[in-house]
Design a protein around this ligand. Structure first.
Ligand code: DAH
Length: 341
């Protein structure tokens, strides 16, 4: 009986099937209910008790090895057919559809906002995410002790206080003014970084779009009208705006702009905290100190600037309640924007 077991083991080792069907046939012949292993088990029942231990072990070994070998062979056959491009049984069968990707809602909104300003004659400008103190703070009239420079808000690189991740896209205004002569009309989209705790309404990475318009005789009224045009295009014809006095080091006067709440139509709801208004951007007339720092004659030229959060605009437009969704890349969220724009 030992010999029978060994012979079968050898056959298992040497077996080399040409097809999956041949392998399956072999499996049934050896391991099937009426297979050869079963015959051996039947024979085992009549074996003398003193031989049972040794023979039992051999049979077990044979069985495990046979199962192992068969799955090995199956794997080999599968990878071989995959390498050869699989078997084509029906040449007329339609191909598999590849699912189409969709644009990320941040890209959609960025493109839409830039598109609106491009129609007003603006061009798109970009700048580096790793910046220096001059472009993010000093040229923008931030006093040395301004809290925004603090470690708490700004990510510095390798403890060098001069190299940092930009905290706003206003740095691109500086780069544009340094390298271009007025008239200047640019929108500057980009990713910004702030050392903030992550929650449904704040993230350490987000996106902004900055705008800058410099020419002779540019007035606050020009700014107001341009921004009104933008919100009507983006949020809808009936949207109203409201400007509230504010402070930014780089603009004088500065304002915060609100739009009428597009969810409740101004009546008051949870999103607008029952005020009927939603804050969407900061803006103002470029401070003469900033123009001079960037090499532009502040006696001849004036201009306005504005900056807004892309996530915020996208949340308001699409009714997204949690900012973190924009960074998780969950396809169930992203696929909802398949048909947008
Ligand atoms: N940089 C400001 C921020 O990050 C946004 C901003 C406000 C930009 C007013 C401007 C502006 O250009 O004029 O909060």
């Amino acid at each position: 009986m030992t010999e029978k077991i060994e012979r079968l083991l050898q056959r298992v080792e040497e077996f080399s099937p040409r097809s999956a069907a041949e392998l399956e046939e072999f499996r049934i012949r050896i391991l099937g209910r009426k297979g050869e292993l079963n015959d051996i088990m039947e024979e085992f029942k009549g074996v003398a008790p003193e031989l049972k231990r040794e023979l039992g072990q051999r049979i077990n070994k044979l069985k495990t090895r046979a199962q192992e070998r068969i799955s090995e062979l199956k794997g080999e056959l599968e990878s071989r057919t995959a390498e050869e491009g699989g078997t084509i049984d029906d040449m007329t069968r339609p191909g598999d559809c590849q699912p189409l990707g969709s644009r990320h809602p941040i890209s959609l909104v960025r493109n839409e906002i830039c598109g609106i300003f491009e129609r007003l004659g603006y061009t798109v400008a970009e700048g580096p995410e790793i910046e220096d103190d001059w472009h993010v703070f000093s040229a923008l009239n931030f006093p040395p002790e301004h809290p925004a420079r603090d470690m708490q808000d700004t990510f510095f690189i390798e403890k060098n206080p001069d190299i940092l991740l930009r905290t706003h896209t206003s740095s691109i205004q500086v780069r544009t003014m340094e390298t271009h002569k007025p008239p200047i009309r640019v929108v500057c989209p980009g990713r910004v970084f702030r050392n903030e705790a992550i929650s449904y309404r704040a993230h350490c990475i987000f996106h902004q779009i900055e705008g800058l318009y410099i020419d002779e005789n540019v007035s606050f009224a020009d700014m107001k009208q341009s921004l009104l045009y933008f919100v009507r295009e983006f949020f809808g014809e009936d949207t109203k705006i409201r400007l509230r006095p504010s402070y930014f080091p780089f603009t004088e006067p500065s304002a915060e702009m609100d739009i009428s709440c597009n969810l409740c139509g101004g009546k008051g709801c949870n999103v607008c905290k029952h005020t009927g208004w939603l804050e969407i951007m900061g803006c103002g007339m470029v401070d003469p100190n900033v123009l001079e720092a960037c090499g532009i004659d502040s006696n001849k030229y004036s201009g306005f600037a504005f900056g807004m959060g892309v996530e915020r605009c996208s949340m308001l437009k699409y009714g997204v309640k949690d900012l973190r969704l924009y960074f998780e890349n969950d396809v169930r969220f992203l696929h909802q924007f398949d048909t947008a724009i």
